[in-house]
Design a protein around this ligand. Structure first.
Ligand SMILES: Cc1cc2nc3c(=O)[nH]c(=O)nc-3n(C[C@H](O)[C@H](O)[C@H](O)COP(=O)(O)OP(=O)(O)OC[C@H]3O[C@@H](n4cnc5c(N)ncnc54)[C@H](O)[C@@H]3O)c2cc1C
Length: 351
């Protein structure tokens, strides 16, 4: 049984700040699976009802409607919620379909947009709105867009791209009081797990198979902080492919066929005609190496910690990022010279 607070069939959230806003992906193409597939898989859907309590130790969840449902094995996959800014509660926060519909209508009407937060969602919405001819002001508290993820090189590049497309980008800026959209990151939805007494550390703590501190209770997706054997630390990832692939791994573990989940996280972002891809866990780095010319895509920035590659971010350079990801998964060492040299095919280091 799949219980979900939203009315719609589970859908692909990444479109909400890209194709759905631009009108190229209609709402009929958002669903992860068609309704009949749930029937074929014998998954009962309980949509539009929220879980209020996991009902431990009796193992009976309580729903907002008053319904209770008994369980033997449970998976918490409550995802994340947009981080709210005090004083800006009335602005749009883009996490669910209804907010995307409101935003799309604003953009279709060509209305000016004030966006707070030049993270991925803020930058993607700014790109769509500019392409539709809206005036956009983008307010970012830090010195560059996406500074914490991409560093000064990648962030500086993105700042130039947005300004080049006519975005009025304000860096080191305070948010305006009447912002239209606030996109300043997200928080794991841990309330149910906290109430049930599970171990929490800025996310529901799970092992590499999604097991929480309570036997029979698993967790998967954005809400989890899981141990990653490659990075030798617990990480929390808020990206589509990892939540999906870790979700598969947790489902198998629940069915008694557990295998550690050890893939290097990967995600993409589309802005204007640029496709940005990133492989890594967003951990702190102490050195960067650039392959290509930062002024002109394609290029890739590699992030190193104590001489070891821990992440790569490429613009229109998906082959390099895919190879960097495989190198990280294979624990393969590459020299700085090899990383920096566009003529060196990284597959050669994968021997
Ligand atoms: C606008 C936007 C753009 C994005 N773009 C990208 C991208 O380009 N690339 C990328 O890799 N990732 C992107 N992401 C991130 C990606 O969508 C998430 O990583 C992914 O959706 C996480 O999946 P999840 O199942 O863990 O959580 P979610 O998708 O958040 O789903 C959790 C579900 O649980 C429900 N729920 C929560 N609490 C309860 C409760 N108590 N009872 C019942 N139901 C409950 C919620 O309503 C929700 O439907 C984007 C996200 C957003 C919002």
């Amino acid at each position: 049984m799949l219980i979900g607070g939203e009315q719609d069939l589970p859908y692909e959230r990444p479109h909400l700040s890209k194709g759905f806003l631009a009108g190229t992906v209609p709402s009929t193409r958002l669903a992860l699976r068609p309704a009949e597939q749930y029937r074929e898989l014998e998954i009962d859907l309980e949509l539009g009802d929220r879980v209020l309590d996991l009902g431990m130790p009796a193992r009976r969840v309580l729903l907002e409607s008053g319904k209770t449902i008994g369980w033997d094995l449970l998976c918490i996959a409550t995802g994340s919620d947009a981080r709210r800014l005090p004083g800006l509660e009335g602005a749009l926060y883009l996490r669910e379909l209804p907010a995307a519909e409101t935003l799309r209508s604003r953009i279709e009407h060509g209305l000016a947009l004030d966006i707070v937060g030049a993270g991925f969602i803020g930058c993607e919405v700014a790109a769509v709105a500019r392409q539709k001819g809206c005036e956009v002001r983008l307010f970012e508290a830090l010195a560059q867009p996406l500074l914490r993820v991409l560093g000064a090189e990648g962030g500086g590049y993105l700042a130039d791209v947005h300004r080049g497309h006519g975005v009025d980008l304000r860096l080191d800026a305070q948010p305006p009081h009447d912002a239209d959209l606030v996109a300043v990151g997200s928080m794991p939805r841990t309330k149910l797990a906290e109430r049930a007494g599970l171990e929490i550390d800025r996310g529901v703590v799970v092992d590499d198979q999604g097991r929480t501190s309570e036997p029979g209770v698993f967790a998967a997706g954005d809400v989890t902080r899981f141990f990653h054997p490659l990075f030798e630390t617990r990480i929390r990832v808020e990206h589509f492919q990892t939540s999906q692939r870790q979700g598969f791994a947790v489902g198998r573990a629940m069915a008694g066929q557990g295998q550690p989940f050890a893939e290097v996280p990967w995600f993409w972002s589309d802005q204007y005609d640029l496709n940005l891809q990133y492989a890594g866990a967003g951990l702190p780095w102490d050195e960067t190496v650039v392959r290509g010319d930062l002024a002109r895509a394609p290029f890739t920035v590699f992030y190193l910690s104590a001489g070891r590659m821990i992440a790569a971010a490429g613009v229109n350079d998906h082959h390099t990022v895919a190879r960097a990801r495989r190198l990280m998964e294979a624990h393969q060492e590459v020299t700085r010279q090899q990383l920096a040299d566009p003529m060196f095919d990284l597959r050669r280091a994968l021997a």
